[in-house]
Design a protein around this ligand. Structure first.
Ligand code: TLP
Length: 353
């Protein structure tokens, strides 16, 4: 099968820019962003800050760089960052908080990915002869590896009130915070009102080819600019990317509900396939499903799906993760479902023989 015909549900990062984005990229007005002179980047940063109700924004090439800069802005070397045990910042960013900021993670497990202040409070370290003091609290919304779960706004606010009362900052990895907003039916500004910095991705469900944005105070973003340059993120005439980002920001959030409906459709149908189990409630565009009941390891399940033109990765030996997005419509989801059903049925026949 030709790769262009594959149904790719490995992530929402695989989306390709829309025709409108490509046109805007071609026509973008640009300047040197290292001097702060790219008008399109400046427009995107202002627009992001406005949408989130923060003072300023900082355009960065990746979510990883946005999280890295936030950790650096809020911490000193030798501190701890409290985060959920399966958070992206801990598990998928090549130990950047240690490498760049000299911090270690204090992981707190929350089964549904939703950290609560009652779980965080006992983990906060005071100054003492044996402890690395807590420097930052990091929350992830939606939570990727917990299956795209959404943090209730009250939980976020309680964490922020508690942390601020102790002089600590809160950073939100909001790579998919627009999915959280779509699920809650509330604007991102309400969800993140009390959070000190938010990183969100333009390149996932919102469909831009590249880019994330960090928002927060003007002072934090000014320091963040310097860290971005240190990390090699001074991108010059990058308005060509920001132009796609502006469309992602203004036009794409409204359609995320469609991805959530497709994820619901898939989750309900998958739960009916013998041998497949859905361990988490599906709220947004991420579906984690357990294939151990089919007798196949997730790597083998993935390989057999690929033979049928469907790409879905395993996230551990028994579980797989699929994401819906605007490059995979309902018909594509139906075809993926059919392939999953065939692989599971094939495994069941082999088990009986
Ligand atoms: N997530 C990717 C992979 O890295 C796992 C994916 O396919 O989901 N925060 C969260 C919650 C993320 O899910 C990701 C990317 C990032 C940060 C990092 O973004 P990038 O890939 O732009 O560095």
């Amino acid at each position: 099968m030709n790769p262009s015909e594959w149904i790719d549900l490995r992530s929402d990062t695989v989306t390709r820019p829309t025709a409108a984005m490509r046109r805007a990229m071609a026509e973008a007005e640009v300047g040197d962003d290292v001097y702060g002179e790219d008008p399109t980047v400046n427009r995107l940063e202002r627009r992001a800050a406005e949408i989130f109700g923060k003072e300023a924004g900082l355009f960065v090439p990746t979510g990883t760089m946005g999280n890295t800069i936030a950790v650096k802005v809020h911490t000193n070397h030798g501190q701890e960052v409290i985060c959920e045990a399966r958070s992206h910042v801990l598990s998928f960013e090549l130990a950047m908080m240690a490498w760049f900021s000299g911090c270690v993670a204090r992981a707190v497990r929350a089964e549904d990915g939703v950290l609560r202040w009652s779980r965080i409070r006992p983990e906060i370290r005071p100054l003492g002869p044996h402890w690395a003091p807590t420097g930052l609290i990091e929350i992830e919304n939606t939570h990727n590896m917990a299956g795209g779960t959404v943090m209730p706004v009250e939980a976020i606010e309680e964490i922020c009130d508690g942390a601020h009362g102790l002089g600590l900052k809160v950073h939100m990895d909001g790579a998919r915070v627009f999915n959280a907003a779509a699920h809650l039916g509330r604007p991102v500004s309400e969800i993140t009102a009390k959070v000190d910095t938010v990183m969100f991705c333009l390149s996932k469900g919102l469909g831009a080819p590249v880019g994330s944005t960090l928002v927060g105070t003007a002072a934090d973003m000014a320091r963040g600019r310097l860290y971005r340059k240190r990390l090699g993120g001074g991108m010059r005439q990058v308005g060509v990317l920001a132009a796609a980002g502006l469309i992602a920001l203004d036009e794409m959030p409204n359609r995320l509900g469609e991805d959530h409906e497709n994820a619901q459709f898939l989750a309900e149908a998958l739960a009916r396939i013998p041998g497949i189990r859905i361990p988490h409630e599906v709220q947004t565009n991420i579906v984690i499903f357990d294939v151990s009941g089919t007798g196949l390891a997730s790597s083998e399940f993935s390989a057999r799906l690929k033979e049928r033109g469907v790409l879905i990765n395993g996230i551990n030996p028994t579980q797989m993760r699929l994401l819906t997005h605007f490059d995979a419509n309902r018909t594509a989801c139906e075809r993926a479902l059919e392939a999953i059903g065939q692989v599971a049925a094939g495994a069941a026949v082999a088990k009986e023989a």
